[in-house]
Ligand binder design. Structure first.
Ligand SMILES: Nc1ncnc2c1ncn2[C@@H]1O[C@H](COP(=O)(O)OP(=O)(O)O)[C@@H](O)[C@H]1O
Ligand SMILES: CCCC(=O)OP(=O)(O)O
Length: 351
């Protein structure tokens, strides 16, 4: 069976083709900050990203004859993990999502290409997978409930991979998984359920290449009412143009980590500050798991940087075993999920 997998991330669009479990082609690219910031909204990126996927497939000589097209899922209502068919209700919710992120385009692009092939379109383990324990949902303001928005697909895939490699079941382990990408999410996985995690999108947790992370609330309120900024500008300072983009004007971690490693300022100070916020969030999830932690897994694109990994390791290695699984296992995981549905070993959920 031939599966097309599509993963629109905040900094990249990744594409891969699988024949059963075997990846036979991979494409995609990192998008420069300016390339995406010329679009006013995420929905405005739809045509650009759709054409990007189709052009890449055409240039690689890939015919549009897939058995299924599956994409990373977007900011839908809170859902259980699993595979969902893209339907009209889902497309409506993706187009009209309150929270904006490029993953909202995944199901829409998958649906368009699947229609050209005459095959089904799916999403799996969307970013809104919600398994939070009740006490983690409350903030200090009853009006503001915490929400589970994170790299569910990759966090679950690497957690299962680690469990398999150590001869155990994901459901028997307590793990902290830190996904270090354009956004950063750090989850406490208790026996196969993510009982707490920072919302990677809305100003919670570490700052990241393009997110502001936790902010001083009252200072932020003053900025909002200063008359100097529109709501859209403030929101984009929280995600899109926050974090390293705000401090250093770039989300290119390869260049930034090389400069930081060479001791160049302000790169060293800003990157070390970001990694300090990562270590602190890992500490918080250690407490969420009451210190009973089998391993801390560092994953995502930034986990390719030895500077970043060693910096974080020094701050947390006394807590538990540290496992590094760089990149993301999202493409393989998407293909595995689509195949499971096509072969009837996984249920297909309706949105
Ligand atoms: N070899 C590398 N060294 C350091 N950072 C890297 C490397 N490769 C990718 N990155 C960084 O990883 C981030 C993207 O991570 P990824 O997990 O692909 O997330 P996203 O889904 O947000 O695109 C970018 O900030 C990119 O600069
Ligand atoms: C919306 C949460 C997932 C996320 O932040 O993904 P990226 O790191 O790809 O932006």
């Amino acid at each position: 069976m031939k599966i097309l997998t599509i993963n629109p991330g905040s900094t990249s669009t990744k594409i891969a083709v699988f024949e059963d479990e075997r990846m036979v082609w991979t494409g995609g690219a990192h998008h420069k900050t300016d390339e995406l910031h010329r679009f006013a909204t995420i929905n405005d990126q739809y045509e650009y990203r759709r054409r990007f996927v189709l052009n890449q497939l055409e240039n690689a000589g890939m015919a549009l004859d897939f058995d299924a097209v599956i994409a990373r899922g977007g900011l839908l209502r809170p859902l259980s993990g699993g595979v969902y068919a893209v339907n009209e209700r889902m497309k409506h919710d993706l187009i009209n999502a309150v929270m904006q992120h490029s993953c909202n385009l995944g199901g829409l692009i998958a649906d368009d290409i699947a229609k050209k092939c005459g095959c089904p379109a799916y999403i799996a383990d969307p970013v809104v997978v919600d398994e939070m324990q009740p006490k983690a949902r409350l903030s200090g303001m009853p009006q503001l409930e915490r929400k589970s928005v994170f790299h569910a697909l990759n966090q679950k895939a690497v957690a299962r991979k680690y469990a398999g490699a150590t001869g155990r079941k994901y459901e028997d382990l307590n793990l902290i998984v830190a996904h270090l990408g354009g956004g950063i999410s750090i989850g406490a996985h208790r026996k196969g359920r993510v009982i707490d995690v920072n919302n990677a999108l809305n100003g919670e947790g570490p700052f990241s290449p393009e997110r502001a992370g936790t902010l001083p609330a009252e200072e932020l309120v003053k900025m909002c009412f200063s008359g100097k900024y529109t709501q859209k500008q403030i929101v984009s300072m929280i995600h899109g143009k926050g974090g390293l983009v705000a401090h250093l004007g770039s989300n290119d971690m390869i260049t930034i980590s090389a400069k930081a490693e060479a001791g160049e300022e302000p790169y060293r100070l800003v990157l070390d500050a970001m990694l300090y916020t990562v270590a602190k969030q890992i500490g918080a999830m250690y407490v969420a798991l009451t210190g009973k932690v089998d391993a801390i897994i560092l994953t995502g694109g930034i986990a390719y940087s030895s500077y970043c990994i060693e910096n974080i390791r020094e701050q947390i290695e006394y807590l538990a075993h540290v496992e590094v699984i760089p990149g993301e296992n999202e493409m393989g995981s998407l293909a595995f999920n689509a195949l499971g549905v096509l072969k009837g070993t996984l249920p297909l959920m309706e949105y």
